[in-house]
Structures are given as C-alpha cells and as structure tokens.
Design a protein around this ligand. Structure first.
Ligand code: ZN
Ligand code: ZN
Length: 342
C-alpha cells in the first residue's frame, strides 16, 4: 500500500510499504481523510520524542472498513467509521472507571516512542482494534469525521468543568482547540463567551463561531478589558488553551471568586502559577488530558451542526504531498487544520 512515512527528523518518504498485519480483534480501515495534528508537527522534528522514525503518523482519521479480523463481531466491511486515537487496555482501574485517557498502557495511533511503535493513518490502510471504532452518523463527511479527536478533546475539557446554564466563559487561546472549546462551551449552555488571542484572524473566526467578543492578548490592559466584559468579579469559567505563564495567569485572573479554570494547553512543562489568587479566591483548576469516550458525542455534535469544523479546514491535499504541508505547518503561520487524503 502507499503511505507517507517519517523516515528521519522532518523527512518524509511517500511510497509502498507492507499492509498492516491484522490482529484477530482488529479491522483494516481504508483511510479516506486524516488531519495533521499539532502533536505531529511538534513530533516530526524529534523534539517531543514521540515520533521516532520510521513511523507513519496520523491519528485524526476516518474511513471505510475494508477487512475484519477473525474475532471481530458487529462490524462489517463497507461500514463508515472513525476511531479513538488512543488504544486503551479496557481492563485496568482507570479504564473500568471510564478514564480510558489515563490508562497506563495506552498507546496512541501514529506514535512511536521508546515503549512502542504504532503506525497511523497517513496511509491507504490502518489497523484499528474494534473497541476503538465509532460509526459515522449519516451525512457526515470523512473530512468532518476526521475532527472526532480534536472535538473530543474540547468536549472532554468542557465536560470536566461542567458549565451551568447561563455561565460566562473566557477562552484564552483561539487556535484549533480553542475554537472548538468556544463552541463546546456554547453547546453546554454558556450564554456569553469571550476569546483572547494574539492573532486578529483567529479572533474573527472565534466571533464567527460564537464568541461574543475577541480581545487581543497583546493589549496592555487586556485583563481589565476581560473583567469589564465579564462584569462583577469576573467570569464564571476560564479555559486555558495555550500553556504558558501569561496565559495561565490571565485565565486565573479572569474568573470570579469560586470560579473554575479548565487547563488544556501545556506548551511549557512548568509555568509561574498565581497560587495565592487560586487559594484565597477558591478557584478550582481542572486539568484535562485528551478525551475519554467523547468520540460518539463529538461526531454527533459535528453532524447536528452544534460544533462547526468546516471553517477550520485550511487546506486539503493528497498524502503524496504531505512533506510540503508538514513543512508549512512546521514554519508556523495562519494554518489551522490540514486534511490529507490517501
Ligand atoms: Zn490530534
Ligand atoms: Zn487501561
């Protein structure tokens, strides 16, 4: 089969590789669309240590079942599917309590690290354990379904924070996940959402997707603008989707006494944390990692239009052109989601 393989740091080869071998509990999915994730970009140059070549990356995908393993039940060739990007064991304490994202044996599709190598979906075919499969709602395109993972990440974070009807929320960082978090907050009942970002185009998109107002993070008085907008003592909720000191500080200072902060971004391993404000104002901080079972909800939300993903697609290209698009994303700039087609 044809695949796009990372063969050395930031170097891809497009060409023939062996088809994945199918374990008895796996299905072979013919990939129709696969999104490039931020983690692929941070991984391709070797900096994260989680894309050790050779590896076929790609975990945000959807396609059609081509073949099923001998122990697979309830799935047939021809079914349109997306799949959880994380293989979890299903047996451990975390998995049994529904926290599959915390499974100690979790393996991410399209990732290679010192512990494992699991080829992903920038290829004609990918092997997927049957318990990860999610059927595509009717009418949902493969491109939209490829957003199952990032939408699941946004829903997971918002589900943890549990907004009340009519809450006000500030989203610090309007990149791809931030733009999905804005929509997830509205979907969960927040009446007003404010977006903060450095980039004017992203703020405009944030407004188009449901934010009432977008504020430039670089404005010297951004905190007082946030507090003016929220009124009273601050917003009920802040979601931090960047992960550096100024943004976590802004998120904490945006909420009222007793408010809630969702921590999603983690660009930096450590930040300067406004401890005293969190303690004396009784602010609750929720760390949120990946998703745990939100795939079905994510695909439903995209199918029913409560979360819009099409405006987030910056480009579509064949996987044979993958090197060009990975290089563009690695240089940074305006691109949000790039979808590759085998
Ligand atoms: Zn991803
Ligand atoms: Zn487990």
């Amino acid at each position: 089969m044809k695949a796009l393989t990372l063969t050395a740091p930031s170097q891809f080869t497009f060409g023939d590789v062996p088809e994945p071998e199918l374990a008895p509990n796996e299905v072979l999915v013919a990939v129709r669309a696969c999104g490039i994730c931020g983690s692929d970009i941070h991984g391709m140059d070797g900096s994260s240590g989680r894309r050790i070549p050779p590896i076929i990356m790609g975990h945000e995908a959807a396609g059609v079942i081509a073949r099923i393993g001998q122990d697979v039940h309830g799935w047939e060739p021809g079914a349109r599917v997306a799949f959880d990007s994380m293989i979890f064991c299903g047996q451990c304490e975390s998995c049994r309590s529904g926290h599959t994202n915390l499974c100690p044996d979790r393996r991410v599709i399209g990732v290679s690290c010192p512990d494992y190598r699991r080829h992903g979906a920038f290829a004609e075919y990918v092997a997927i354990p049957q318990h990860l499969l999610v059927p595509l709602p009717e009418g949902l395109s493969f491109e939209e379904a490829a957003f199952g993972e990032p939408v699941g990440v946004a829903l997971h974070a918002v589900n943890l924070v549990k907004p009340n009807q009519g809450d006000t929320a500030v989203v610090v960082g309007a990149g791809l996940i931030g733009l999905l978090v804005i929509q997830a907050l509205k979907r969960a009942g927040c009446s007003r959402v404010l977006a903060v970002d450095l980039d004017e185009n992203r703020l405009e998109l944030a407004r188009e997707l449901g934010a009432e107002l977008g504020l430039k993070a670089s404005a010297p008085d951004v905190l007082s603008q946030v507090r003016d907008w929220a009124g009273d003592d601050g917003a009920d909720i802040a979601m931090e989707v960047v992960g550096i000191t100024p943004t976590i500080q802004l998120a904490v200072r945006s909420v009222r006494k007793g408010g809630k902060v969702g921590a999603v971004g983690n660009l930096k391993p450590s930040v300067e944390f406004p401890l005293q404000e969190v303690v004396t104002r009784e602010i609750t901080v929720y760390g949120s990692c990946a998703s745990s079972g939100e795939y079905t909800e994510a695909l439903q939300a995209v199918a029913d239009g409560s979360i819009r993903v099409t405006p987030l697609i910056s480009a579509k290209a064949p996987i044979s052109n993958g090197q060009v698009w990975f290089d563009k994303l690695h240089r940074g700039g305006d691109l949000l989601k790039v979808i590759l087609h085998p």
